[in-house]
Design a binder for this molecule. Structure first.
Ligand SMILES: Cc1cc2nc3c(=O)[nH]c(=O)nc-3n(C[C@H](O)[C@H](O)[C@H](O)COP(=O)(O)OP(=O)(O)OC[C@H]3O[C@@H](n4cnc5c(N)ncnc54)[C@H](O)[C@@H]3O)c2cc1C
Length: 812
């Protein structure tokens, strides 16, 4: 084929809305030598039949950013591309049936305002004013999203394609990718029936076919195709007479969207009877499903149709003109995959979008940044493919995808521990804790006890509320037991890497912002991005000059592993061994922890022999491991590290030895409360690439005098100029609700910051909000306010840590 391009810097596989946007954004960034390969015609996957709704509203900070970026871009795209499109900006109403839902809307509205989006809370009257056909008698109110609307998805994709081509990018249609290989030089060789293409980078933008394409790279993409339907009615007289298009309507408590299409209505429910397709060999994905649909299945929507008719009676006055039932891909958490393809160098993913029309614009920007700059402007962990680690099988993905689809519009309660896909990973102590009635939550697949209901007092489940709820008092008791006696927490699942080999220390030193610990000691170490932002945090335990154990958060396993490997020079004698699934941790903390451990292990646990921030090998019964004198809960304490197989023996002996000292189990919720009091940062909440280590007040972990490390240059600049924002703890006035993640911090009429962790500190009996605020307001004692679900609460800047400021209890 004469004109077939045999080389490109980036090859994007898939020409839906997302692939076309990625091509445009790469070209816009100056990477015009890019090629999009599409199996069939552009938009032939999920894109052509999408309803095209484009909300800004989202409970997630980064998804909201992406969607807002999209809606802003779409309003200009016809001009940019010189390609006229149907984009109806009608605004939208979301209905609230309950006070909880109104609280959720208040919080999302505040988040939106912080991003510059003008969401507005609505009264019943406001809603009827803009939507006269609405029944409101059983509602609480709603929220208005002013630039919501609907766009023609095919035109949107074609506009991106045209704008990209105008900049020099190329598109090959009817060109399915059939295989990929790497040549000796590390370049990709992408096979198609029209010929092979060489490329430096490749992007999987194959929509619901992402898993099929992923297999060509040896990558298991967590993707399930669900079927999603909407119906469109015949024309309705009152709409024809009205002229102006109705706003979009969403009823999240009932679970549907409803909008005007022509002079009819379009109704799309997320129904409980979520239906998956193409999962097994007896129902394989057809080789080609371009521009095809599943058979209509209105029966499973019946309940929702009736509910919507009761809400908007004109809907019941017209017959159904057409039904669209098409494939919509889901990941286990309903968010797409955008970013580095796990384990595969120079390959990226931009696929498995359930809202790919509204997210295409933002996704293209994010993907282009990943490729051209190696990092993204906004922290995008919520969509990072590496958030799903090795336990994410097809069965897990199916179970979670179904659960997510069913709850697509459900409220985002903190501490909701949904049941699907569990248990995936358990510690050997799981059954013992289950017999003690523990309420579990899954963290990166690992079952961990969240709290322990008190026999005869508490029901063993989480009642959902934004306010202090049924576990509050039990968690308080757990915290006080740790403060006064001793508590034990089973904490399986840390990301755990052993680093060894000649030069390991030097190599690590070049990656971290601060100092490595001496042999026999441990230290918190921070990694920055090249742009000087917070990449990750690990605890380094140093066994020998060139031998370390690095511990990170359970969810960080693939993320941290990739960073380490990426920066390991070829041929280096340094070795990285991932021990995450082989070892585990028991936390033993509280003033009586020394007494308990002394009766158990042969080691000397005295302050002189075993000081704070040091480690030693220990033997308990038949188990050999090591103990680290450290406590994330801020009391005298040790972490006990043993191979998983030995944990039952260690736990049982510990429990027996602790009887005389009042030992008790505590859970993750108590740990969370206590770490807030110590202002210990949590990864991807208080520590994200949205912030720099300097603004994170991590100065004692930064050594700018070191010759070099990743991120040093921009940090030097920031040090000189001063950070715009600073991490501080805020203490809130009393109330029965704590600040949610990303609550707005106010100074009078000015937005001055965001909360990154909120909760109740039982040992200090105060509501805590760890926050990033404008640095000129960071002095202790400054009076501010925090918007907690629509209510301004007085907040005072405090000094960290809030509990045991001299760390005397840790060093006792
Ligand atoms: C009924 C329904 C209504 C929806 N409504 C909305 C909505 O209102 N708003 C919204 O935001 N989202 C909506 N969606 C979701 C939306 O359709 C998808 O999220 C979006 O279309 C995904 O776009 P994409 O580019 O990622 O994937 P796709 O559009 O599926 O594109 C992937 C492309 O990759 C190509 N491809 C696959 N394999 C290969 C290969 N080996 N070689 C070359 N090319 C390949 C395919 O042919 C396809 O064209 C809806 C979905 C459904 C089913």
């Amino acid at each position: 084929m004469a004109d077939f391009p045999t080389q490109a810097r980036v090859v994007i596989i898939g020409g839906g809305a997302v692939g076309c946007s990625a091509l445009y954004h790469l070209a816009k960034a100056g990477w015009t030598d890019c090629l999009l390969l599409e199996k069939n015609e552009l938009t032939s996957g999920s894109t052509w039949h999408a309803a095209g709704n484009c909300p800004n509203f989202s409970g997630s900070w980064s998804i909201m950013k992406m969607q807002y970026y999209s809606t802003e871009l779409y309003s200009k795209l016809a001009d940019i591309a010189d390609y006229p499109m149907n984009y109806h900006v009608t605004g939208s109403i979301r209905l609230a049936h309950t006070k909880d839902r109104m609280e959720e809307f208040e919080h999302v509205t505040a988040m939106a305002h912080h991003q510059g989006i003008d969401l507005r809370m609505m009264s019943l009257r406001d809603m009827v004013d803009v939507y006269p056909f609405l029944e409101t008698h059983d509602l609480e109110g709603g929220v208005w999203d002013p630039t919501d609307g609907d766009i023609d998805p095919a035109q949107l994709s074609q506009a991106f394609a045209k704008a990209a081509r105008d900049l020099g990018a190329r598109i090959e249609r009817f060109c399915p990718v059939t295989g990929v290989n790497r040549d000796g030089g590390g370049n990709w060789q992408i096979e198609t029936p029209k010929g092979a293409v060489k490329a430096e980078f490749v992007v999987n933008a194959a929509g619901y076919r992402a898993a099929e394409l992923g297999r060509m790279f040896g990558r298991d993409v967590p993707c399930v195709s669900m079927s999603h339907q909407y119906l469109v009615t015949e024309a309705i007289g009152s709409l024809r007479e009205r002229g102006a298009k109705l706003p979009l309507l969403r009823d999240p408590d009932t679970s549907y969207y409803l909008r005007q299409e022509g002079n009819g209505l379009l109704l799309g429910p997320y129904e409980w009877q979520a239906t998956t397709h193409w999962l097994n060999d007896d129902q394989p994905m057809p080789e080609d499903f371009s521009f095809q649909l599943y058979p209509d299945d209105l029966e499973r929507l019946e309940w929702y149709i009736n509910d919507a008719i009761a809400r908007v009676p004109i809907l019941g006055t017209a017959g159904v003109q057409k039904v669209i039932n098409g494939p919509i891909p889901y990941t286990p958490d309903g968010n797409p995959l955008i970013g580095p393809m796990p384990g595969v160098p120079n390959a990226f993913e931009a696929c498995v979008f359930s809202f790919g029309i509204v997210q295409a614009g933002g996704a293209g920007k994010v993907l282009a940044e990943w490729i051209t700059e190696g990092e993204t402007e906004w922290d995008m962990w919520s969509v990072d493919p590496r958030r799903f680690t090795g336990f994410v099988t097809k069965e897990y993905t199916r179970a979670k995808a179904v659960e997510f689809y069913q709850n697509e519009y459900a409220m985002g309660y903190p501490n909701e521990e949904r049941p699907a896909g569990r248990p995936a990973k358990t510690s050997p102590i799981y059954h013992t804790l289950a017999r003690k009635n523990a309420v579990f939550g899954a963290r990166a697949g690992w079952e961990r006890a969240c709290w322990f209901p008190r026999p005869g007092t508490d029901i063993p489940e989480n009642k959902l509320s934004y306010h202090h709820t049924n576990w509050f008092d039990a968690v308080k008791e757990e915290c006080l037991a740790v403060q006064n006696d001793v508590g034990v927490l089973d904490l399986p699942g840390f990301a755990r890497f052993e680093i060894s080999g000649a030069g390991a220390a030097n190599w690590l030193d070049g990656l971290i912002t601060g100092k490595l610990p001496k042999v026999g000691r441990i230290a918190l170490i921070y990694f920055a991005t090249p742009a000087g932002r917070i990449l990750t945090e690990m605890t380094a335990t140093r066994f020998e000059d060139d031998k370390f154990l690095l511990l990170g958060g359970a969810g960080a396993e693939w993320h941290d592993q990739e960073w380490l490997y990426k920066h390991l020079p070829a041929g280096s004698p340094v070795q990285i061994e991932n021990l995450s699934d082989r070892w585990s941790t028991l936390v033993v903390s509280g003033p009586k922890s020394r007494a308990v451990l002394e009766t158990l292990a042969e080691s000397d646990f005295s302050n002189a022999a075993f000081p704070w921030m040091s480690h030693q090998p220990i033997t308990i019964g038949m188990a050999r491991g090591f103990a680290v004198r450290v406590s994330y809960v801020g009391e005298l304490g040790w972490e006990l590290h043993f191979p998983l197989a030995e944990m039952v023996g260690v736990y049982e002996r510990l429990w027996q030895a602790g009887q005389d000292h009042g030992i008790r189990d505590f859970g993750m919720y108590a740990m969370e409360s206590m770490r807030l009091e110590k202002c210990y940062r949590a990864w991807k909440m208080d520590l994200s690439t949205d912030y720099s280590p300097l603004s994170g007040a991590l100065d004692r972990f930064i050594d700018l005098d070191k010759t070099d490390f990743i991120g040093r240059a921009p940090m030097l600049v920031e040090k000189q100029a001063g950070s715009a924002e600073k991490f501080v703890p805020l203490l809130l006035e009393d109330g029965d609700v704590d600040a949610p993640y990303l609550a707005t911090v106010w100074m009078g009429d000015e937005r001055v910051g965001l909360v990154t962790s909120g909760g109740y500190g039982h040992r200090i009996d105060r509501s805590i909000a760890l926050s990033y605020i404008r640095s000129d307001l960071a002095a202790a004692g400054t009076e501010l306010e925090v918007d907690v679900f629509g209510v301004r609460r007085q907040a005072t800047v405090a000094t960290e840590p809030l509990y045991d400021p001299g760390n005397d209890r840790l060093k006792a």
